[in-house]
Design a protein around this ligand. Structure first.
Ligand code: SF4
Ligand code: SF4
Length: 540
């Protein structure tokens, strides 16, 4: 059998030092915390054959002709979620050895040679005959969405996707509801067909490309400038697998969380949960690791009044997969269910009442595994549609209920430009005191939160950082003043004034836990210069 495509990855395979960080990662330098078992399939089946290290050994044997293709190899090839969790903990090359891409490549070459799992072939058959993997009636795809605009000229296309059209209609309804409430000029495609995501992932690439071309043509006909997705899988497929087929098109692709965050930032929408609720967020692999969208959903949830967002032990880049993707749920439903239960255990440990995700496929597998756990599972579109408020007065009242520290944290979260120059992984600790004496006597502060700069953006998190670089204290009046600043420039100017010319009412003080030279290297210099608090800069 010919492995021309797989052979292109040989150099990467040879970089594998067999350290097993992809299997039992304890590299705190990589993960910032103890993330013990990155590969969900290996975690359930227990054999290293299924983790990246084992896979590389087998892939090399295939390339060297030492292994014959048989039923076991085809099963093994189908048993990878392509979740990319192993890439995150692999330090062998920048970005990690790309085992998920190798597995996709192998599957494509296997399918071309006539080797595939029957369950995956049935998906292709359904897509070819019915234009969706579920084998449902194509003509009735959007019946449930009436009277949504269909096939009209519009600036925005909402690409619904097969799972939200046939299995998770509540997600499509919630998305349409949000777009309508926000006054967005949108349409759905008259003849939307499967995006091909599962076909691309399971190796049926030729068929998937035909469907890609059809959907691209449909979008061109509508003349849309933006396509919005509520399915993480469709989004990634359009952005990455369709990339070479767009023919230089200038269409902007956005997941609904990115789209809603932009509307929220423009003050066009706001959210307030009807009751106080503790929520945790599950990162879909296709949205997080594959598309780098980690902070927008969190920002939306955090800015929803009455919501407390708590993180699971593995989150963002290190989040465990729900277990459904890449054809695994279809071909190995029991394994998908076991992985879902492991993820749900992490969610339950946070004591959140609701587990929110941003992908219909994640929701399905998490719902299937949640039996008896007592945690509610919702897509972010449903959660936000339930929390939508047009009444700015409601928001203002809820804002008034927040403590000063919470309002300050919220302001910083909504103005990430203030920290735009910080290098990744730096932390600023904020401690709020109402008198200077308390600060100096090391009495507990009124409020504590920290601003964390990660590679993905700025987040404001409750609680004190373990090793803050800077600790800052403010008078309440100074905080009130700072959070009424229009932009980062005005914020810096006021910050400098309160530090350099403190009054009894408006003062700022801080403790540096690192040398000024180190802090400048970490990116604090620009803000300090702008605020006028960097004395004798030449000395550094
Ligand atoms: S794939 Fe990366 S993390 Fe896994 S054994 Fe090889 S070098 Fe180590
Ligand atoms: S992509 Fe996910 S399932 Fe596949 S080997 Fe890597 S961690 Fe395991």
């Amino acid at each position: 059998m010919n492995f021309d495509g797989l052979a292109d990855y040989l150099q990467q395979m040879e970089k594998c030092g067999r350290c097993a960080d992809c299997t039992y990662s304890v590299k705190i330098s990589t993960a910032k915390k103890h993330i013990s078992l990155p590969c969900p399939i290996r975690n359930v089946l227990g054999f290293e054959t299924y983790s990246a290290r084992g896979r590389i050994i087998i892939l090399k044997k295939l390339l060297e002709g030492e292994l014959e293709i048989d039923e076991n190899i085809v099963q093994w090839a189908g048993l990878c979620l392509t979740c990319a969790s192993c890439k995150e903990t692999c330090l062998a090359i920048e970005g990690g050895i790309d085992v998920p891409a190798m597995m996709e490549c192998l599957r494509r070459e296997l399918v071309e040679a006539g080797y595939y799992l029957d369950a995956h072939a049935s998906i292709e058959k359904n897509v070819l005959e019915k234009f969706n993997p579920y084998g449902e009636d194509h003509e009735r795809r959007f019946e449930f969405l009436n009277p949504t605009p269909i096939g009209e000229k519009a600036d925005v296309v909402y690409f619904v996707g097969c799972t939200s059209s046939y299995r998770r209609q509540e997600i499509a309804k919630a998305t349409v509801d949000l777009l309508n409430k926000a006054g967005v000029d949108f349409t759905v495609l008259e003849d939307e067909r499967c995006c091909g995501s599962t076909l691309f992932r399971t190796g049926f690439v030729k068929t998937a490309r035909e469907f890609a071309k059809h959907n691209i043509n449909q979008i061109s006909e509508v003349g849309a400038k933006t396509v919005v997705f509520s399915c993480a899988g469709c989004y990634r497929t359009f952005a990455q697998d369709y990339a070479l087929l767009w023919n230089g098109g200038k269409v902007k692709l956005m997941h609904i969380v990115e789209f809603l965050k932009r509307l929220r930032d423009q003050n066009k929408i706001s959210f307030a949960s009807p009751q106080r609720v503790r929520v945790t967020y599950h990162d879909p692999c296709h949205l997080g690791r594959h598309m780098n969208v980690f902070e927008d959903p969190r920002s939306l949830l955090k800015s929803t009044a009455n919501v407390e967002l708590v993180e699971m032990e593995t989150n963002r880049r290190y989040a465990h997969c729900c277990g459904a993707g890449s054809g695994v749920k279809k071909a190995f439903p029991d394994i998908a269910l076991q992985i879902s239960k492991q993820r749900l255990k992490e969610a339950a440990e946070t004591q959140a009442e609701i587990l929110v995700s941003a992908c219909p496929f994640c929701k399905t597998n998490l719902v299937d595994g949640a039996d008896g756990l007592g945690i509610k599972i919702m897509d972010i579109t449903e959660f936000l549609a339930n929390s939508y408020t047009e009444e700015s007065t409601i928001m203002e009242e809820l804002e008034r209920e927040l403590t000063l520290g919470q309002r300050f944290a919220k302001y910083l979260d909504n103005h990430p430009k203030i920290f735009a120059d910080l290098v990744p992984d730096s932390v600023v600790d904020f401690s709020l005191f109402d008198t200077l004496e308390n600060f100096e006597d090391e009495k507990p502060p009124l409020e504590v939160f920290h601003v964390v700069r990660t590679e993905d953006g700025i987040t404001v998190q409750e609680g004190k950082a373990n090793a803050a670089d800077v600790e800052i204290a403010f008078s309440p009046k100074a905080v009130e003043n700072l959070i009424s600043s229009n932009d980062e420039k005005q914020y810096a100017k006021r910050f400098g004034k309160f530090y350099n010319e403190p009054t009894e009412e408006t003062w700022i003080d801080f403790l540096l836990n690192k040398s000024t030279r180190v802090l400048i290297k970490m990116g604090y210099g620009k803000f300090a210069r702008e605020a006028g608090i960097l004395e004798d800069e030449d000395a550094y």
